[in-house]
Structure formats: structure tokens, C-alpha cells
Design a protein around this ligand. Sequence first.
Ligand SMILES: Cc1ncc(COP(=O)(O)O)c(C=O)c1O
Length: 404
Amino acid sequence: MSGTRTEEIQRLSEQVLMPNYRRAPVAFARGEGVRLFDLEGRVYLDFVGGIAVSALGHAHPRLTAAIQAQAARLLHVSNLYLIPEQVRLARWLTARSGLDRAFFCNSGAEANEAAIKLARRWAHAQGGGRHEILVAEGAFHGRTLAALAATPVAKYQEGFAPLPTGFRAVPFNDPGALADAVGEQTCAILLEPVQGESGVRPATPEFLAAARRLADAHGLLLIFDEVQTGIGRTGALFAFQAYGITPDVITLAMGLGGGVPIGAVLARAEVAEVLQPGTHGSTFGGNPLACAAALAVVEAVEQDGLAARAATTGVALAEGLRELGRRVGGITTVRGRGLLVAADLDREAAPVVDGCRDHGLLVNGVQPRTLRFAPPLIVREEEVREALAILGEVLAPPAEGGEG
Ligand SMILES: Cc1ncc(COP(=O)(O)O)c(C=O)c1O
């Protein structure tokens, strides 16, 4: 039931864009809070959140004002010069993460790419030729070649050989396998505290504690990819904080800019030290616009208590999904942390995603039979109830001929 403009955009889209995305036949004209409005004026509750990006929702006055003011002052100067906004953002992030230094880039894959280079350079500086990075099966670290090599999932890697070497995958949440995998070549362990793309799978406390212990015992860097989990998403500012351990390096991106592209790597000072002038860089990374936007986001997250709110609203969402599963069926398992929640279905996710969209709810099929919910952190419980009601309608067996 697409209107003419949407159909036209879809047709042109297929003509001029590379076909690497499977796009839903909908285009949005504007957003407000947790709602999006399409070109035909239909309204949607946004429980995708731009894939865990739109932390403050759409058109948040504080973020909009920060972007407008910075755009009117200065967009970009390059890292040949001092950038006050970058310093302010780095101070904010380091003060709260327990890490000491920041490097800014433009995306999650770039942040992981930088963290991988940092780990190798750090190992190189120590001598001995260690270079191998342990990663977890099911991980997703991004699409650049090194981040892809760190993503041991066949469907993403297929056809892109040769990938950079030096990554070894171990089963996720298996501390024994992780310990067994540490060898003479190992220099780092790279993990998502909650695996996002594989279907929102939280690491067990035992697994992350083992990773920290092994890193300490063998002099490895412990790197957490918080690209999807960082900035309040899981109910804490950083997901690692709920586990009571501190990594040596973390990567951030999605929620950080609230929709303005930015990525970051945070590291302990002595690790960061190896990235001396000329070793790594990014033309756009940490430019005044991106940093002003990210500052507005992180300050709003803190001042409005959005991490704590994500924890509470996330429980309401997860509980509501479980209740829906009991009442109307269709949902077999619910898991997640804060406002990063997944529901496994007893059926294909794609028709459910389409049905929800037709009913005014955006959700994402993160795996063939799994829905992911990552609404803006500002989402209210009544909006969660509204979303659950729509999902219930879509999942409920048909009145006629259904099992009931
Ligand atoms: C945990 C994690 N790391 C890295 C990435 C890659 O981020 P980007 O798409 O910004 O390159 C993603 C994207 O889904 C992610 O979920």
C-alpha cells in the first residue's frame, strides 16, 4: 500500500544504489521522539532506533540545538589542529569509563579497526611478535576487512578472502575454551559484553571475569566492543560496568552521536601511548560537529538519567514480551539487557516485521527467527505497552481457523 512518492523512491533507489541492503518499502520524512512519519504521513513507533543509534529519539531539542549551533560556528578543521569539542567529549568519556585516553573516528567498524591496530602496535612495542586476537563465535565487529576477520560468521565473510589473519574464534561464554585458546601469539581478547547482531546474547559474568583474569595473567589486552551496548543502552552507561570488571580498551559508536556518525576508542594511558603521531588517524574523526553532537547526547543521557531509565523500561519491555508469549504465543524466549532486547519466535521473523510495520511499529529481524528491540532510551512505558499491543495483534493467531 505504498504511496506514489515512496514507490518512486524505491524504483530510483534500485536504479542508483548498490543492492547491498534489503530495504523495507518505506521512507521517512521526519521524526519526533520515538515516532517516525513516512512520506505519506503514516506514523510509526520506532523500536529499531536506527539500530540502537537514536538514543535520544528523533529531533531531540537539545541535540538539534547543539548541532545547529555548532554547524553555524564550525563544522570541520581536521586533526592538524586542536579541537575543543573533542577534548570536552574525551574528558567526559574517560572520566566515566575509568579509561584514560580517547581516539575518535566515524563508525563502529572504524573504532574496532583502530582497536585492533592499537592491540597489534602495543604488542609490537613490547617485542616478541605476538599479534593474535581471540574473538568469540557469533561476534559482530563490523565490515572493514580487519573487523570482518574478527567477525567469525561465515555469511559475513563469504567471498571476501583473503581476510587479514591473526584472529582466533572461541565459543562464546565458554571460559575453559577461552583459556585453552590463549597461546604464545595471543596479544588481546576482543569481546562484546552483549552480542548484538547474533541475537542479543549477554556474556555470562563468568566468561568476562575469565577474560579479565586471563588478560592479567598473560599480559593481554582486554578489549570490549561496546559499539552497540555503550551509552546507556543496556541500563548502565557502559555494559561492562554491570559486570564489575574494567577492560583495557573499549570501542563505541552507535548511541554516541545519537544519529550523527562518530566512533571512539577509549584506552588505558600506557596502551594509548603506542599510537604516536603518524601511526593512525582519520580525517573526519572527532570533528567539531560530531563531537558537539555526542556531547549533547552524553550530557542528556546523564542529566536525564537515561541509563537507569533504560534499565526500568527494558524490564517492562522484556516482561511484556514474555507475557505476550504466554498470552498469544509466538514468542519462545526473551533475553537482553536494558533497552537491547530480543525475542525468539516460533516462526520466521520477516513476516512479523512486515506485519508490525503495516500496523505502525518498527522492529528488526536481527536473526531469521529473532526480533530485536532497541528503541530510543527516552521511550516511555506507555509507548512500550503500545508497541506490545501492536506486536500482539500481529502474532495472535487469526480469529478464524486458528488454534486459539
Ligand atoms: C558490536 C558491534 N560492533 C561493530 C559494529 C559495526 O558498526 P558500524 O556499522 O558503525 O561500522 C556493529 C554494528 O552493528 C556492532 O553491533
